[in-house]
Design a protein around this ligand. Structure first.
Ligand SMILES: Nc1ncnc2c1ncn2[C@@H]1O[C@H](COP(=O)(O)OP(=O)(O)OP(=O)(O)O)[C@@H](O)[C@H]1O
Ligand SMILES: [Mg+2]
Length: 425
C-alpha cells in the first residue's frame, strides 16, 4: 500500500483536492483501448474509478497490478493498446533505461502516460522528447488522468485518432466487400483495436449479411441527417458485430434512390475518425463525385481486382486517377482475388501487375467452398477456417493497412525512440 491514500468519494488523493470542474468539461472519450499498470493500491483504485466514469463508457480499459517490467513482459507476446498508463517509482536517472524493454515491443502508434514520483522538469522534457505523451507527478486525481487522456485523443488540435482504410473493386463482384469485412474483423480481433466497418453501398451492401446482423438504417441516417451527427447519435446507428468491431450498416433497401452530393460522406467520415482508431470503408464500385472524395480523403486505399482484361484496364485508370487525387500519398494497395477459377483463362499475376508497375499486397485464390461457407453462415474466413492460408493473408493485410509490422520491432518513433537515445537497437 502506498503512502497516498485515495478518497473514494472525491476521486482524489489526500494530498490534492479534486478538480471536479475539469471533469465536467471533458467530452466523452472515443473507442480506444487503455491498459494501466499500477504499483500502488491507491493508483489501482483511481484507475478503477476512471474506468467506470461515464466519459470512459466506450473505452476498453484494463488494469494490471505491476510495474514497467510487467508491461514489457506482457506486450512481448500481445499487441499494445492505444494507450498505456504506467505508474513508476523509478528515480529520474533510472526511468529511461527502465522503459527500454517496453519500447522494444511497443507499437509506434501506442501512446504512453507515466505517473511518477519526481517533480523534475528536465526528466519531463527528456520523456517528451522520447515520445512519452504525458508525465504526471503523484498524487494525481481522476480529473488529471481523464484530462490527460482527453488531451491526447479528444483535443481538436490533437491528431485525428482514426485511420481510415477504403476498399474498392476494380470491377463489380470482384470480392472487395468480402475482403474489406475480413480485414476489419482481423484488425479488431488481432490487435484488440476498436474498429468500425462502414458500408457505403447503401442499396446493395452486404456487411449486414456477412456478419449475420439485422440492423436498422445505420449509414442512411448518417448521410441523410448530417445535422444530427454526433457521438451519441453515432452510437445509436452502430451495431456490435464482435468484441471490438462495430458496424455502420447499409439499409440494403430499394425504397428510395441514392444520389449523393460530392461531400455527402464527409461529416460521417470525420466523426468516424474521431470515434475509433480504425475505420474500414466498404466503397461500392462506382466513380462519382462522392466516391472520389471518399477515396481522396482515406488514409489508405485498397483496390481489389480479378485477373482479366477489364480489371486490368480499370485498375490502371484508377491508379492514374488516384495519383492525381492523392499526389502526396503512396499508391493504393492492390489485391488480386479469385485467382485460379477452374477452366477460366486468366492473366497471370506477373502480366497483370507489370504494366501497373506495382506489386500486389496479396494474391487470394478462388475457393468457392471456403468463401461460400463463410458467406452463407454469416461468419468470417478466420472463424470458418482459422488455419487456412487465406485467413493468414487477411492477418497480414490487417497488419499492413494499420501500419503495424508483422514482426514486432520498435520503430524510431513514439516510445521506440527511447532505444535510440540509449544507443540500443
Ligand atoms: N477468393 C474468393 N473465392 C471464392 N469466392 C469469392 C472469393 N472472394 C469473394 N468471393 C465471393 O464473390 C462474391 C462477390 O463478393 P463481394 O460481394 O465481396 O464483391 P464486391 O466486389 O464487393 O461486389 P459489388 O461490386 O457487388 O460490391 C461473394 O459471393 C463472395 O463470397
Ligand atoms: Mg461490394
Amino acid at each position: 500500500m502506498s503512502a497516498i491514500e485515495y478518497n473514494i468519494d472525491t476521486g482524489a488523493t489526500d494530498r490534492e483536492a479534486p478538480k471536479v470542474g475539469d471533469v465536467d468539461n471533458l467530452r466523452p472519450l472515443p473507442r480506444i483501448s487503455v491498459h494501466a499498470f499500477c504499483i500502488s493500491d491507491a493508483m489501482h483504485r483511481l484507475m478503477e474509478k476512471c474506468a467506470v466514469d461515464r466519459r470512459m463508457a466506450k473505452v476498453t480499459m484494463r488494469i494490471t497490478s505491476g510495474n514497467i517490467d510487467a508491461a514489457a513482459n506482457m506486450f512481448a507476446t500481445s499487441p499494445t493498446p492505444n494507450l498505456i498508463i504506467l505508474e513508476t517509482e523509478a528515480e529520474p536517472s533510472a526511468l529511461l533505461p527502465e522503459l527500454a524493454p517496453l519500447a522494444e515491443v511497443c507499437d509506434p502508434s501506442t501512446r504512453v502516460i507515466i505517473i511518477g514520483r519526481y517533480n523534475d522538469i528536465s526528466l519531463y522534457r527528456e520523456l517528451m522528447r522520447n515520445g512519452i505523451s504525458e508525465y504526471m507527478v503523484s498524487p494525481v486525481a481522476m480529473a488529471d488522468v481523464l484530462g490527460a487522456i482527453s488531451a491526447i485523443f479528444v483535443d481538436p488540435e490533437a491528431e485525428p485518432l482514426g485511420r481510415t482504410i477504403a476498399f474498392i473493386g476494380a470491377k463489380g463482384g470482384v470480392g472487395s466487400s468480402t475482403i474489406a469485412h475480413n480485414c476489419a474483423f482481423s484488425v479488431s480481433s488481432l490487435f484488440a483495436t476498436e474498429t468500425i466497418l462502414a458500408d457505403l453501398d447503401l442499396p446493395y451492401g452486404t456487411a449486414n449479411i456477412d456478419f449475420d446482423q439485422d440492423p436498422a438504417q445505420g449509414m442512411a441516417e448518417a448521410v441523410f441527417s448530417p445535422d444530427r451527427l454526433d457521438e451519441v447519435f453515432l452510437d445509436r446507428l452502430l451495431t456490435t458485430c464482435s468484441q471490438n468491431l462495430s458496424l455502420l450498416a447499409a439499409p440494403s433497401l430499394l425504397d428510395r434512390s441514392y444520389d449523393f452530393d460530392g461531400g455527402a460522406f464527409q461529416p460521417i467520415m470525420e466523426l468516424l475518425q474521431r470515434s475509433a482508431p480504425v475505420t474500414v470503408l466498404d466503397v461500392p464500385h462506382l466513380w462519382s463525385d462522392w466516391t472520389r472524395r471518399v477515396l481522396a480523403d482515406a488514409d489508405e486505399v485498397v483496390i481489389t481486382c480479378m485477373p482479366d482484361l477489364a480489371n486490368l484496364r480499370n485498375a490502371k485508370n484508377m491508379l492514374d486517377a488516384l495519383k492525381k487525387l492523392r499526389p502526396n500519398d503512396k499508391a493504393p494497395h492492390f489485391i488480386l482475388n479469385q485467382v485460379g477459377v477452374p477452366k477460366r483463362p486468366e492473366i497471370s499475376p506477373g502480366d497483370f501487375f507489370e504494366p501497373l508497375e506495382v506489386e500486389p499486397v496479396a494474391i487470394i485464390p478462388f475457393d468457392g467452398q471456403l468463401f461460400g461457407n463463410a458467406a452463407n453462415s454469416g461468419r468470417m474466413i478466420a472463424e470458418t477456417d482459422a488455419k487456412s492460408p487465406t485467413a493468414e493473408t487477411f492477418s497480414q493485410l490487417a497488419h499492413l493497412v494499420t501500419g503495424r509490422a508483422t514482426v514486432k520491432k520498435a520503430k524510431k518513433s513514439g516510445l521506440g525512440s527511447v532505444l535510440g537515445l540509449l544507443g540500443r537497437k
